[in-house]
Design a protein around this ligand. Sequence first.
Ligand SMILES: [Fe+2]
Ligand SMILES: [Fe+2]
Length: 214
Amino acid sequence: MTLPTAVPADTSPISAWESGDDLDPVWRSIVVESRARANDIHLPISFAFAERLCDAYPEADSLVVRVAILLHDTGWARVDESRILSEGFSGDWRQADVRYEHERHGCMIAREVLPPLGYDPAFIARVTDIIDGHDTRPDSRSLEDSLVRDADRLWRFTPAGIALASGWFRLTPAEYCRRLRSEIIPELLTEAAVQMADAELSRSESLLKTGQLS
Ligand SMILES: [Fe+2]
Ligand SMILES: [Fe+2]
């Protein structure tokens, strides 16, 4: 059962989304970390979905959600690049050691970059509570945690997400789209995210001609 909302979800193409610029100093502080594992594509697209989800769930603390999604995967930059693909995407990839390592490093990066930008320890703790375990902990602990988890998945439904992730998992785009529908949509925690995923995936499948290229 997904979390319902009375606010209509914005399911228009995410490429049309325009974010505010209040977190530009945080973006500028993670340029190096953005170069790992396509974070410079994943983080901005998931950030855009996170902002839409916050609009659909106005009771959430949107600053916590936005900063947590912005930083959540920066820890990949401190994990050995070759192990990301060898351990992070095969076998029991959700429980691979590199997954725990990127979460721990992500928390450390949050504790490095946020204090000089004026964020206080209580706020930073709320952010790191979400980053820690975002891939490896099975349960969400708060509304903010749920919105980050859903935004983390939603980028995959875009053509850019399908292009990158299908290669990581060694699947064709059509095979990957089928996996998104059968495995990832059921993992989503909020009703708004399900609506966004469904709309974005239908557009991507049509654009990429996955019906014909199967
Ligand atoms: Fe992650
Ligand atoms: Fe992620």
